[in-house]
Design a protein around this ligand. Structure first.
Ligand SMILES: Cc1ncc(COP(=O)(O)O)c(C=O)c1O
Length: 315
């Protein structure tokens, strides 16, 4: 994680707890794809991001956001972390807040799945429900209003604008990939808040300017890929930098469902729709190569998607 200097007024026991928690974030394993894709001279890997604190890639960004806010004296046990999130970031915030004894308030579209709401409530988060018709953009507007009307009560994390989101990936995800795969030629990942792609891509390009960075987006605004953004029609995150990508490709929700079924059957991977869509995009990239080493990110597994899993008959 990046180096920063702690403010002198920060509770030393809180700083110690933050430091200890860092050992549960990141350092996730790679899965080698051998059945869904196989071609001489081309290797395809997928990083299993659910194998860390709170079960998703968002542990990295959430932890880095907490860490910097605490060290700079903006967040303590007397304030609450506030943000808008319908999914994994919320779970990561709630988990970290629970461990550190810091309250967490989340603005959430009311149609978030029952499983999500139960997980968040069991971790002690306070939920502010927003209109189902306004999605995550509506939840962001509600969080902004709440933060503006109670400036001393909340630290507004604002994952869409917070540089500690992409920096988490710059300092952890990218070096982990490069260390495991020194011959990496292609990095493929989806755009949500864009932290994963922008942070990892930026660092990988610095380490090797020849590496190709391919961002993925859903193929239409009404997609079913949790965590992904259709940037043409959504609020563009403040941390997004379109110059990072060498190429941008689209993935369809049904294509992701097909890969969910196949990944379970042939690779033993129980993927979320988002992870399956990442894999679909990466397979497409790998298929076009004569030689190379491709890696993609699997943000979470199927645990929180029981409705889709039972619809697709995945055990
Ligand atoms: C399941 C899932 N996939 C993909 C993403 C996208 O990652 P990022 O927000 O870093 O762009 C997220 C982010 O919340 C996610 O939860």
């Amino acid at each position: 994680m990046s180096v920063s200097t702690a403010s002198t007024n920060v509770d030393p026991s809180l700083l110690q707890s933050v430091k200890l928690l860092g050992s549960q974030v990141g350092r996730t394993p790679l899965h080698t794809i051998t059945k869904l894709f196989s071609k001489p001279g081309v290797q395809l890997y997928a990083k299993k991001e659910w194998e860390q604190l709170s079960g998703s890639v968002k542990a990295r960004a959430a932890y880095n956001i907490f860490k910097h806010a605490i060290e700079s004296g903006q967040l303590s046990r007397d304030t609450a972390l506030l943000d808008a999130t319908s999914g994994n970031t919320g779970i990561a915030y709630a988990k970290i807040g629970h461990v550190l004894g810091i309250p967490v308030t989340l603005c959430l579209p009311e149609n978030a799945s029952k499983e999500r709401k139960e997980i968040l409530l069991s971790l002690g988060a306070t939920i502010v429900f927003t209109s189902r018709f306004e999605g995550t953009d509506g939840a962001q507007a509600a969080a902004r209003e709440l933060a503006a009307s109670h400036p001393h009560k909340y630290f507004y994390a604002d994952q869409y604008k917070n540089i500690n989101n992409w920096k988490a990936h710059y300092h952890t995800t990218a070096p982990e990939i490069k260390e495991a795969l020194p011959g990496l030629t292609h990095f493929v990942a989806a755009l949500g808040t864009t932290g994963t792609f922008v942070g990892t891509g930026r660092r990988l390009k610095e380490l090797d300017p020849s590496v190709q960075l391919i961002s993925l987006q859903p193929d239409n605004p009404l997609h079913g890929l949790e965590g992904w953004k259709h940037l043409e029609t959504a609020l563009v995150p403040g941390i997004y930098d379109p110059s990072v990508a060498d190429d941008n490709q689209e993935v369809g929700t049904e294509e992701a469902w097909e890969i969910m079924k196949a990944a379970w059957k042939f690779e033993g991977l129980r993927l979320s729709p988002s992870s399956a869509a990442n894999l679909a995009g990466a397979i497409r990239v790998a298929e076009k190569l004569e030689s190379g080493v491709v890696v993609t990110i699997l943000p979470d597994n199927a645990d929180k998607y029981s409705e889709i899993v039972s619809k697709l008959n995945i055990i």
